[in-house]
Design a protein around this ligand. Structure first.
Ligand code: AMP
Ligand code: MG
Length: 559
């Protein structure tokens, strides 16, 4: 360790206010040695991060640093990398790993827990500033914990970079998510067999510092019910309600069965909101196990996630899921409901009866449907969703998407520029420049969205053209001027999303020690709805080389 420390950023860390309520208020593991085991009647185990050889800050989120009140030049501050690589703690930090279980791919998997995540502590930020409140700092990849089972507790650069960039991109997209403060390479090698095919290799190791108001998952509650430990279940539920859902006890009444029921109802509602957002931006989580669903309705645990490029509801980025497609894009709303049902089962001992929980599950489905319709209407530039006409409009669009590979992001973005206040239909014989266009009746601006624009002839072109005519008629009914509609649509349809192949390009460069592309990309992702000249490379659809390349279209859980 460098004796000349601290430098500025690390000094500002020393002035953070920690209030570690999780370890203070909840029962902890009585065993303090770090070895793998089943941990009973405890919500966490105290554990130290494992020091690494040469921590180096590769990237950080300046917005997150600002919210936390961390100032100074983080990049040139080796002390900052020391802390967020796991080599040293600052006063106030009390590291621990959480105990949780989970249903993985539909089956109860027993105890899982933070196998490679170590919470450093809870920073309290005064409510006056933006982002005020409680922020838990958590290192991912900082070494083994009692919950590491057969794995090493480490993380590789490729998966850490993917988690870092997507966490921050989601935040800027307006999708509820855990955040990322920093991405630190460790200077150590980690052995991974990326496709579980006997080809293990050494990869650069890395640590991400994740940040969230809470990292509690559905599985944190399931584990206690599965063990018949209702006392700890209740203690954790009460803590969670007091800390993260204070509005539920605002009337000063003690927490009772009704409070637990209202709490579950709120989890159902926020989960519905989350999934609507995922469907809006084309995000596929890839591993929606119950240990990967946040009690706060945040996107959590970025593993083999992916972004829809050509719109395909059956697409899953996760190679482990390639057969069953349980976690494909189109299944996400249903899987969230299934996960909520598992949480409901875990909470029955607190609520005492099933009926209120069942009503909330029903409420999830209703909230999702309502939210999804409102979201689709907004994506299409409509003020409201009129079931009588818009069910058919949306179904028709999905039929179009199924005809030929259509990039979801670019399609909605470019649809905003299609003029509708021209009464002539987009029919072959009415359009301008019919002889020269390869896509009769399809506006030139939309061509960019198609992976094979040459296939828009004949039946496929006709299907799209009919849909566009229908769409234009529908929008004309609203009377919204084209420019206003475009502005509205561009507020919900991003132009920059963390495309799978761009992540791979950034990883390839970062593995060579060059984080410039990552930095430039992060900059573009900061304003995902504002199209900026010069940033075209971050908006481009997937190039042909990336179609079947590992890391671009397919990802394994190895990370
Ligand atoms: P995931 O499917 O990535 O959410 O992980 C499921 C469980 O495996 C969680 O308990 C993780 O903490 C644990 N886990 C995943 N990778 C590792 C690793 N390299 N070392 C230790 N535990 C891990
Ligand atoms: Mg997980």
């Amino acid at each position: 360790m460098n004796p000349n420390l601290p430098t500025r950023a690390v000094e500002s860390l020393a002035s953070l206010t920690f209030d570690n309520s999780f370890v203070r208020e909840l029962p902890g593991d009585t065993e303090d040695r770090n070895f793998r085991r089943q941990v009973h009647r405890a919500c966490y185990s105290r554990v130290q991060p494992t020091p690494v050889r040469a921590p180096r800050l590769l990237a950080h989120s300046r917005e997150m640093a600002e919210v936390l009140g961390i100032t100074g030049d983080l990049g040139s501050d080796s002390g900052f990398a020391e802390v967020f690589g796991g080599n040293r703690l600052v006063p106030g930090m009390e590291p621990f790993a959480m105990c949780y279980g989970g249903h993985q791919f539909g089956n109860w998997a027993g105890q899982l827990g933070d196998g490679r995540a170590i919470n450093l502590g809870e920073v309290v930020v005064p409510e006056s500033g933006s982002g005020g409140g409680r922020w838990v700092l958590q290192l991912k990849g900082a070494g083994p914990t009692p919950y590491s089972r057969s794995a090493d507790g480490l993380a590789v650069l490729r998966s850490s970079l993917r988690e870092f960039i997507c966490s921050e991109a989601m935040h800027h997209l307006g999708v509820p998510t855990t955040r990322a403060l920093s991405l630190v390479t460790t200077g150590e090698q980690v052995i991974r067999d990326m496709f579980y095919d006997g080809h293990a290799r050494a990869e650069p190791g890395a640590v991400v510092c994740r940040v969230a108001p809470s990292f509690t998952r559905f599985g944190n509650f399931e584990i206690f019910t599965s063990r018949g430990d209702i006392e700890t279940l209740r203690t954790l539920a009460d803590y969670t309600i007091r800390t993260d859902f204070p509005q539920l006890i605002a009337d000063g009444k003690p927490i009772d069965a009704e409070t637990y029921a209202r709490w579950f109802d709120e989890v159902c509602q926020t989960t519905a909101t989350l999934i609507v957002h995922w469907m809006r931006v084309g995000f596929v989580h890839g591993v929606m196990n119950t240990d990967n669903l946040s009690i706060l309705g945040l996107t959590i645990d970025y593993g083999p996630y992916g972004w829809l490029e050509d719109y395909d509801p059956d697409w899953t980025p996760n190679t482990t899921d390639a057969q069953g497609k349980r976690y494909c894009f189109g299944n996400q709303p249903r899987i969230a409901l299934w996960n909520l049902l598992q949480l409901a089962n875990a909470l029955v001992p607190l609520v005492g009866k099933a009926e209120p929980l069942e009503a909330s599950l029903h409420g999830y489905s209703e909230a999702f449907e309502r939210g999804w319709r409102r979201m689709m209407a907004a994506k299409l530039g409509l003020e409201e969703y009129q079931e009588s006409v818009d069910d058919e409009l949306v179904d028709g669009l999905l039929v179009c998407f199924a005809q030929t590979e259509t990039d979801m992001t670019l399609f909605f973005r470019r649809l905003a520029d299609v003029p509708v206040h021209d009464e002539r239909p987009l029919m072959a014989d009415h359009r301008e420049g019919a002889e020269t266009s390869e896509t009769p009746g399809i506006p030139e601006s939309l061509r960019e969205a198609f992976y094979h624009p040459d296939r828009l002839t004949g039946q496929i072109g006709e299907t799209y053209r009919r849909w566009l005519d229908r769409y234009r008629r529908r929008v004309r009914m609203t009377g919204i001027p084209d420019a206003d509609r475009a502005a509205n649509m561009n507020r919900v349809n991003p132009i920059y999303v963390p495309r799978n192949y761009l992540a791979q390009l950034a990883i390839d460069r970062a593995e060579q020690g060059d984080a410039d592309l990552l930095g430039e990309w992060l900059d573009a992702l900061r304003r995902p709805y504002a199209e900026i000249a010069g940033l075209e490379r971050f908006a481009a659809k997937r190039p042909e080389w990336a179609r079947n390349r590992a890391g671009c279209s397919m990802l394994s859980c190895s990370s």
